[in-house]
Every structure is written in C-alpha cells, then in structure tokens.
Design a protein around this ligand. Structure first.
Ligand code: UT7
Length: 338
C-alpha cells in the first residue's frame, strides 16, 4: 500500500478593514511610530470593529473563500478545527459556529488553543487524522481577534497585536508532497511571563478582575523575547537538519510574525536569504494563530508545487514548533490546476 501524505490544497486568509496606525496609537498611549518600528517593526494592524463581532466573523469568511476557490462543497468536509485563543465563547466551539455559517453539516468540529503556535500544532493534528485514511477533507482555521484581549492603555502590549484569520484545506495524496515532518515543543516555564490571568476557571470574571485589567494580555516582553528568539531559531534549524535541508534547499520560510528582530534572528540562524522569507508584520502585526496562514494566503500566487516550506512559531505556554512541508500546487494557476 502506498503511503498517504496530508497536503494543503488551498488557503484563504481574511483581515478586517479597519487599519489602526502607529499615528492613531500615539494618540491613545505614550508611544511613537519610531519606537514601534525600531523595536518591533509594525506600522499598522487590522482591527475587527463593531459590536458582538467575534473571531468567527473572520473564520467564517476565510472558510467561505476557501470552499469557493477549491470548488469544494460544504457536504464534503469531514472536520473543521479552529486554532484560536480568542473563541467567540468558551462553548460552543468557534469551529462549530464557522461550520454552521458555511452550511457544513457532516463534519466534526472543535477548537484547539495553543496561542501563537496554533497553526503549526493544528497541521500536525490534521496530518495524523488524514494519515488514518478515514478522512478526505479537513479544514484547519487559525486566527485571533487579539483586539478583544488587548489593553489599549498598556503601551507595552497594545502596539503588538492585530486581528486576522486564515483557513487551509487538507487532503490525502499518494504523491510525494504535503506535510513531511513536524517538531513541536512546550515548556510550562512560560506560565507567568505570558498569560491572560482571568476569565478562566481559576479566576472567573468578577468586578475585581475587570477593575484590575486581568482579561487582557499580560506579557513580560523581555523574558518572552529571549525564549522566542532562541526557541524559534533552534527549532527551525532542527527541522532543517533532520530532513537534510540546507538554506539552498528551502524555498520559503514562514515565521510567526511577533517581532521583526525575532524574525531576523531566525533568518540569521537558518542562513536563508531574506527574499525567501515571508514577512508582513509591518502591515498586520502579531495576529497570534493567524500570522502563518495570513502569510501563506498572501504569498500563494508565488508558491509552486513541490516547494520546500518551513513554518515556524512561538507562543504562550510556552509552545513552539516547526513544520516542514512540500507545497501541494502551483499558486499562480489555482483554477487551472483543479
Ligand atoms: O507572539 C507570542 C510571543 N510574543 C513575543 O514574541 C513578543 C516578545 N517580546 C518583544 O517583542 C519585545 O520584548 C517587546 C516588543 C514587547 C518590547 O521590546 P523591548 O525592546 O523588549 O522593550 P522593553 O520592554 O525592554 O522596553 C524598553 C523601553 C522601556 O523604557 P525604559 O525602562 O528603558 O525607560 C519601556 O518603558 O521602552 C519603553 N516602552 C515603550 N516606549 C515607547 C515600552 N513600550 C513602549 C512603547 N512606546 N510602546
């Protein structure tokens, strides 16, 4: 029997319309375009405005576009998995909301929470599900409405985050393409330096938790920075080495977009030229689980079948990991290829 590989056969990414610039942020907190650009590399980020607009709004749109461009009917989908830390509700899952909004009725749906590493963790889960031979079409959605958990009075965190969601279709193939390897890691040492303290079962919402601003991101930036730089660089190098890939062999590196200086460190460690690295942090900031599918969506027209792609992420937990995959189709010929 031939080996079944799990391959991405389509990608769609969505950002909201509203652009929050560094200039506007400078009117809200004591900061400047110069500080944010030098220390982080973000010029603007997208914000999902309007009342009662959860991450499912962006997830629904991404899945809608994905179904259309891959000519897939809702009834064909076996599973919808949504990687997010900002679900619409604790329950039901945002995956089931997005499925319902797209008339997907035959799928099992669940959310998974691995903060910024959600997309790479999600790919490994989808890889395992596809390899059982039981499922034909799985949608992995990843994204966050970070503006819903950002304290816009805290200048150390509010410039960093934005809102976005992306979705990929994953299918089995017997061709030598698709997900080749994944290396995922966690270290609970990250509990204190990067967390949202309240709103869960340990500190349920109360007047006190609201008064103390405990429903927004708390980050000890320098501590997280140190771990992010070293772990993302290490795991990218690790996955390249164990798959005998040199910088020349890799066509694309897709790093999580948290800080341009972290991306630079990964570039230096892997030895890749900058033109092979997907970078859009300047326009969207850190959209948590959304950064990697957002890059894939933007670069899709330039991706070729068989391209060696390394995805790498770091986030709360701490959690981090890399996925090595061979791209599944010529992005420039999406319609012709199907
Ligand atoms: O995505 C998940 C993982 N998250 C990350 O990977 C984020 C990792 N951390 C970082 O990217 C960086 O640590 C930050 C961008 C969050 C902060 O950059 P930094 O170079 O580590 O700055 P810092 O926190 O050490 O602050 C340096 C100075 C401080 O002033 P003093 O104490 O030197 O006088 C801050 O008060 O910059 C000040 N500062 C600001 N100034 C203007 C902090 N935030 C701002 C701001 N505007 N927005």
């Amino acid at each position: 029997m031939k080996q079944i590989n799990a391959v991405i056969t389509g990608v769609a990414a969505v950002v909201p319309d509203y652009i929050l610039t560094n200039e506007e942020l400078s009117t809200m907190v004591d900061t400047s375009d110069e500080w944010i650009m030098t220390r982080v590399g973000i010029r603007e980020r997208r914000i999902l405005k309007g009342e009662h607009q959860g991450i499912s709004v962006l997830g629904t749109q991404a899945v809608k576009e994905l179904l259309a461009k891959t000519h897939t009917t809702p009834g064909e989908i076996d599973a919808v998995i949504f990687a997010t830390s900002t679900p619409d509700h604790f329950f039901p899952s945002s995956a089931s909301i997005v499925a319902e909004n797209n008339d997907i009725k035959n799928a099992f749906c669940f959310d998974m929470e691995v903060a910024c590493s959600g997309f790479v963790y999600g790919l490994e889960i989808c890889n395992g599900l596809i390899k059982t031979g039981k499922y034909r079409k799985i949608i992995l959605v990843a994204g966050d409405k970070m503006s819903s958990i950002t304290n816009y009075n805290d200048r150390t965190t509010c410039p960093l985050f934005g809102d976005a969601a992306g979705a990929v279709l994953i299918e089995p193939t017997e061709e030598n393409i698709g997900i080749v390897d994944a290396s995922l890691h966690s270290d609970g040492i990250g509990y204190k330096p990067l967390q949202m303290k309240a709103g869960g079962s340990k500190f349920p919402a109360s007047h006190q938790t609201v008064d103390h601003n405990e429903h927004t991101v708390h980050q000890e930036g320098k501590v997280v920075f140190k771990f992010a730089v070293s772990r993302m660089a290490e795991v990218s190098e690790e996955i390249m080495k164990r798959n005998n890939l040199t910088a020349d062999d890799v066509d694309w590196l897709v790093p999580h977009q948290a800080n341009m200086r972290i991306i630079d460190a990964v570039i230096e460690r892997t030895g890749l030229p900058r033109e092979k690295v997907m970078i859009n942090i300047e326009r969207y900031g850190n959209t948590s689980a959304g950064t990697i599918p957002l890059c894939l969506g933007e670069w899709e027209p330039r991706l070729r079948k068989g391209d060696n792609v390394i995805l790498t992420a770091f986030g709360a937990g701490f959690s981090w990991g890399s996925v090595y995959l061979k791209w599944g189709y010529d992005g420039s010929e999406i319609d012709a290829a199907r």
